[in-house]
Design a binder for this molecule. Structure first.
Ligand code: WQD
Length: 343
């Protein structure tokens, strides 16, 4: 079985390629290396003993997408390739609409031409905005997006849903990620944020290693137990395994309809201060941080009701916050030490 993984050298993509190859799938990675390093291919091979086929091109090039689908007979597509920085999307909306939606249309057009296919879409809990009830189920209303990035996830789901309606042989699953983090236990691949990390945990580990002066905690005056925001931090390897489960569901024709949605989280909420405590416990060192003003657009809390993924996909996140935090810290130290060796 040949599986196309777009953005397959990225953070979640690379961990999913590992799990696909572990399950015996033949993987073809397409990545433009705009937010990934070619070295990730070596990491994937070191872990699985197999090197995926790699095609470097930008999926915004419609002709190249058409050539690709003319060249390979693909059994399934897992589509990660997209821009994902919330703040950047506010400054460059057209970059996000072209890269996150234009590319999606090109890929779906190729599947439609082939008469259908199996398609897994990388979506996000950001589509819920501030949900009214916790934990959040898949039936929670989709709220007006707070950013162009979030809007591309909402519109992306609608594009897929509408396309599936007129293509009964096109089977799709949208996976709404909560907050992925960590790195592979082999320490061969992990999160490689370019520039100043926007997300909490890479910023924490970079502060811990001394790359950042201190962490700014964006507000401690929220209506939560300790005043800081609550999120559902899910280990990236658990998240990757869920993609294999979703793909297998489609390949076996077990899907209840040809467009399904699943939340992927742990079902447990953790506050920013609890995440800091987890890092301090795992690293054995105090983290330097200060409380600053709230970050515009942050929701107070978001954590998943995982019942549907547990029951229907037969998948459940396993790693605790501390277990996953240890992998994030191990990776940070490895990357920084190898940087020092290079300098
Ligand atoms: C988590 C918490 C911050 C940084 C975003 C996207 C989402 C997904 C994951 C792509 C919040 C606080 C953060 C810092 C802080 N991305 N924080 N200081 O905002 O929940 O989700 O990333 O799919 O779509 O929206 O994640 O890690 O940015 O923030 O206090 O330096 O940590 O306020 O409460 P978020 P995050």
């Amino acid at each position: 079985m040949k599986i196309l993984v777009t953005g397959g050298l990225g953070f979640i993509g690379s961990h999913t390629v590992v799990e696909l190859q572990n399950e015996g799938f033949d993987v073809i990675v397409v990545d433009n290396l705009s937010n990934a390093s070619i070295d990730v291919l070596d990491g994937i091979e070191a872990i699985t003993g197999k090197r995926p086929i790699f095609e470097k091109f930008d999926l915004r090039d419609k002709l190249k997408v058409q050539e690709f689908f003319g060249k390979y007979d693909i059994d399934g597509v897992i589509h990660f390739a997209a821009s994902k920085a919330v703040g950047e999307s506010v400054e460059k909306p057209l970059l996000y609409y072209e890269n996150n939606l234009g590319v999606l249309v090109y890929i779906l057009q190729e599947l439609e031409k082939k008469g259908g296919g199996n398609f897994i879409f990388s979506s996000s809990c950001t589509v819920y905005g501030q949900a009214d009830e916790m934990p959040i189920t898949e039936d929670a209303p989709v709220k007006p997006a707070e950013s162009p990035y979030g809007n591309t996830k909402q519109i992306g789901e609608e594009i897929i849903r509408d396309t599936c309606k007129v293509n009964p042989e096109l089977k799709a699953i949208a996976l709404r990620y909560f907050n992925p983090f960590g790195s592979h236990p082999s320490n061969q691949i992990g999160e490689l944020p370019l520039g100043v990390p926007q997300n909490l945990i890479p910023f924490i580990t970079q502060t811990g290693i001394g790359l950042r002066e201190q962490l700014s905690v964006f507000g401690d005056d929220y209506p939560t137990e300790d005043g800081t925001c609550i999120r559902d931090y899910i280990y990236v390897v658990d998240l990757a395994k869920a993609h294999v489960k979703a793909l297998q569901r489609l390949l076996k024709g077990e899907n209840a309809s040809n467009y399904e949605v699943f939340n992927l989280g742990t079902g447990k909420g953790s506050s920013v201060l609890e995440v800091i405590q987890s890092f301090e416990k795992v690293s054995g060192q105090k983290l330097k941080y200060r409380i600053v003003d709230r970050r515009p657009g942050d929701v107070i809390q978001a954590y998943a009701d995982t019942t549907k993924a547990n029951k229907v996909l037969g998948w459940k996140a396993k790693a605790t916050l501390d277990e996953a935090m240890k992998t994030a810290w191990d990776w940070e130290r490895k990357v920084r030490n190898s940087d020092k060796d290079k300098s």
